[in-house]
Design a protein around this ligand. Structure first.
Ligand code: MN
Length: 372
């Protein structure tokens, strides 16, 4: 079987107020084109289909077109919901659509049956889950952590080892405690709370993961985050987004990364105003790092001749450098709001807050606390 693995579409996502719908339709079309060129048998969508559990009409309409296009190719679709999706809304009509080989994972209810993708291949669809979603169905197993949740779910699967088993999941996976490379556009919890070690997936021949937006394998080639099809933050400016082509026909599963070409890239441009205004015109989403000591009025407007889609402008100069140092210093100290204000006053005015002013500031903060 040949399958395409994608994930974290976040259809309907806005970045810095820009709708990316046109960019999203552009990359979804590449999925359809690749599926057709490569003659794949199905497309796996590993969660975060939408950016919101209550997606906009436009987002729903775009996804509807996408699954209709997949269906028109005469191939299957295997999709799960992510932490951004509503599992109930994603699974709406799933029994009916399954008759047309469009499969959506339902809310977990204690038992999962595989989808027999062909006579040798079973595909297991797990929606994004929290321990609370599983606990009531597995009272015989401790389900405190995400790891225990996954162990109890997998323990309960009737895995036929003679077949190729593919798992689709949307979770935070680690390799012996090592976390995947994350970026700013994901919603992941801090710490080790939702970690699930990769060793729990030994029974599967391929694990199609979603959740992390940077494409990467987890310990071995056949356990992968597809990554998002587009950059959704400037922390991803150097990322190469791709879909995974999986071939299960040989003895060993083969994977190949097929790059996405964005309609507009997301890039950072650094320079003085003079340098920037000599740069070639671009439609790419731009973060401008302006190396100017003095502020330039109406700068966005002035730069828009060259940069058609400016998402962010920041100054890199002596003032912003010291400010960053000051901000970090403030964050490291534990101070009351009144003490913080006194520090700020001193910074701005080069003299200490006098007694009378201190009294007023203290009173203001006390009143604010009282009002809460
Ligand atoms: Mn995501």
């Amino acid at each position: 079987m040949k399958l395409l693995h994608i994930g974290d579409l976040h259809i309907g996502k806005k970045v810095k107020g820009f709708s990316l719908m046109e960019d999203q339709l552009y990359v979804l079309q590449q999925v359809i084109d690749t599926a057709s060129e490569q003659k794949v048998d199905g497309i796996i969508i590993a969660g975060d289909i939408y950016d919101s559990s209550n997606p906009s009409n436009e987002a729903v309409n775009s996804f509807d077109k996408f699954i209709s296009d997949i269906h028109s190719l005469g191939i299957s679709c295997y999709a799960v919901s992510g932490n951004h999706d509503s599992v109930y809304r994603i699974a709406f009509g799933s029994n009916i659509m399954a008759k047309e080989n469009v499969y959506f994972a339902k809310k977990y209810s204690g038992k999962i049956k595989p989808i027999e993708a062909d006579k040798n291949t079973n595909i297991w669809l797990l929606p994004f889950m929290r321990p609370v979603d599983v606990r009531e169905y597995h009272s015989d197993f401790p389900v405190g952590s995400y790891e225990e949740m996954m162990q109890s779910v997998i323990k309960n699967l009737d895995i036929d080892k003679k077949k190729t088993n593919i798992l689709v999941a949307h979770q935070f996976i680690t390799v012996s405690g090592k976390a995947p490379e994350t970026c700013d556009s994901e919603t992941v919890s801090l710490g080790t709370l939702d970690n699930i070690d990769v060793s729990n997936f030994e029974k599967f021949d391929y694990v199609a993961l979603g959740h992390i937006h940077r494409p990467q394998s987890m310990g071995k080639d056949t356990i992968r985050y597809a990554g998002s099809p587009l950059k959704y933050s400037f922390s991803e400016k150097n990322d190469k987004k791709s879909m995974v082509l999986i071939d299960t026909t040989g003895k060993k599963i083969k994977t190949e990364l097929i790059p996405f070409k964005p309609l507009r890239d997301m890039k950072e441009f650094t320079g003085t105003f003079n340098e920037l205004s000599k740069m070639p015109e671009t439609e790419d989403y731009a973060r401008i790092v302006l190396k100017e000591e003095n502020y330039i009025s109406d700068i966005k407007h002035k730069l828009e001749n060259n940069f058609k889609n400016i998402m962010e402008i920041v100054y890199d100069n002596a003032y912003t450098k010291t400010n960053n140092v000051i901000e970090t210093a403030i964050l490291q100290k534990k101070q009351t709001p009144a003490e913080l204000f006194a520090d700020f006053y001193e910074m701005q005015n080069n003299k200490k807050l006098d007694k009378e002013r201190s009294r007023i500031v203290k009173e203001v903060f006390e009143n604010m606390e009282g009002a809460e």
